[in-house]
Write a protein that binds this ligand. Sequence first.
Ligand SMILES: [Zn+2]
Length: 91
Amino acid sequence: MFIKQPSGQILLMVEGYTMSKYYTSSDGSQIQWRCSCWKSKNCRVSVYTTPEGVVNYLKGQHSRTAPAYHITKEGKYVSVTFIPSGAWTIS
Ligand SMILES: [Zn+2]
């Protein structure tokens, strides 16, 4: 599932974790994503997907439990743990 932030950045959500795009292979067939807590929580999880967002494989283990997300009535994702003011929209 993709999530589009107000800034226009696309995130990938896998099992409740958000991933930011890190690398696209030269032929465009594979995209690597890194966990959003890569820097802040020293989490070393990367996910490889097709351009459509189908997960090929997941590497590593998260250093924290999945953040709690609420979906508001307007269909926005709001993280209640690490982006208190963030209103996230579905792409
Ligand atoms: Zn993580």
